[in-house]
Design a binder for this molecule. Structure first.
Ligand SMILES: Nc1ncnc2c1ncn2[C@@H]1O[C@H](COP(=O)(O)OP(=O)(O)OP(=O)(O)O)[C@@H](O)[C@H]1O
Ligand SMILES: Nc1ncnc2c1ncn2[C@@H]1O[C@H](COP(=O)(O)OP(=O)(O)OP(=O)(O)O)[C@@H](O)[C@H]1O
Ligand SMILES: [Mg+2]
Ligand SMILES: [Mg+2]
Lengths: 220, 220
């Protein structure tokens, strides 16, 4: 499903280099709910961006559903990101000038889904995260946890086979966060793959499998 | 120290009104470490923005150190915000085009502090949050938890008597988050006031006192 082999990522900063990932290998199967844990700055978001085809590794290889990502053009990668992957960003990355509903319909624009169905699917995704009464708000008119849930709904609306959620419950209270985890578990039960980056040990315990990053390497 | 009486806040949205706060009263003394908890959307950030003089209540009154805030001009409020209050925003609100060090020196610009001392105090604040090796980075070149710690350092650098921290450990692992809480406890021991909004029951348990918001009202 997801096969990462010896991924490294370096950032050159003038004379110094930040080694964000130092050789990470990971295999994730369909139906898995995997938690990636680790200290602040250990490379979790960097790893998620590589798996999500949002960035390219310095060295190493990645395959999704048996297909290597390295050889693909930017257009092909954009199709994969839109059709196969749903990404919940750590900082949400919502568009502040359009409404909550419009934010969630955006990924459906590329897929040839008609406007009526787009609206229905977006409303349904927002209902699943408890935001039916905020459809016309703009992101700046929402609480932090409400913005986080819009980001989650947006990642779900294309019904992708891989969901990459970077700290999806960080801004949520226990009860609301638990509802999101139950949603992810239901998605895995359908045979999809969900990877959750989290600091919360309770979230880690909820997931079927956990790995830990430290200084750009997976701990055993 | 902080005296809030029957604070309400309404947002008019076309025909409907969101009642974010419905009459909140709160007294906080010097030296207190107070946790404000509650579900997503319950009004925590709204309450913090009112206490921090970043916004005005629809009705109700607020006094800081015995001085009512209602009568003050925008200039006087700006001085209070800069000298008396350090605010850690839930979304950090860092300036992305300047470096980490420059972000943290910014609040010192208004206080007549010379450039050499500004740099020293900013470095010292960043050292306290474990970011001495990221001074020249820009916020976009940091992890989520590193950005959060820059926001915390920036709130501390003016040595304010009131610190308002909106989910200051939300993006941090257990160990890094604990170091931040220890820092807040040390600040309270100096006679300052720290209010922390949190979803994390462990953070709530760490604080000397807890209140809970639900639907814009404090629960007993
Ligand atoms: N500018 C605004 N216009 C309209 N409604 C708003 C605005 N800002 C906040 N709200 C609403 O006010 C309510 C309280 O928001 P607030 O940000 O205080 O919640 P919170 O307790 O901090 O939530 P969280 O834990 O998710 O950060 C929310 O329901 C939100 O949708
Ligand atoms: N564009 C960049 N340029 C330079 N360094 C970077 C850049 N992006 C990230 N880094 C560095 O790479 C390291 C890993 O960052 P990453 O965002 O993956 O951490 P993380 O594990 O997600 O942390 P957190 O839990 O705080 O979100 C950090 O030390 C960060 O400072
Ligand atoms: Mg991260
Ligand atoms: Mg909030």
């Amino acid at each position: 499903m997801i096969s990462a082999v010896q991924l490294t990522k370096e950032y050159r900063m003038g004379e110094s280099t930040v080694h964000a990932l130092r050789g990470v290998s990971l295999q994730v199967a369909a139906g898995e709910l995997l938690a990636i844990m680790g200290p602040s700055g250990s490379g979790k978001s960097t790893l998620m961006h590589l798996i999500g085809c949002l960035d390219t590794p310095t060295t190493g290889s990645l395959s999704l559903d048996g297909e290597p990502v390295a050889g693909l053009s930017e257009e092909q990668l954009a199709v994969i990101r839109n059709r196969k992957i749903g990404f919940v960003f750590q900082q949400f990355n919502l568009l502040s000038r359009i409404t909550v509903l419009e934010n969630v319909t955006t990924p459906l624009m590329y897929g040839g889904v008609g406007w009526r169905e787009r609206g229905q699917r977006a409303e349904e995704a927002l209902d699943r995260v408890g935001l039916s009464d905020r459809l016309r708000h703009r992101p700046t008119e929402l609480s932090g946890g409400q913005r986080q849930r819009v980001a989650i709904a947006r990642a779900l609306v294309t019904r992708p086979s891989i969901i990459l959620a970077d700290e999806p419950t960080g801004a949520l209270d226990q009860e609301t966060g638990r509802a999101i985890l139950d949603l992810f578990a239901a998605i895995c039960a359908e045979g999809k793959t969900v990877i959750v980056v989290t600091h919360d040990p309770q979230v880690g315990a909820f997931c079927g499998r956990r790995v830990a990053l430290r200084d750009g390497l997976l701990e055993e």
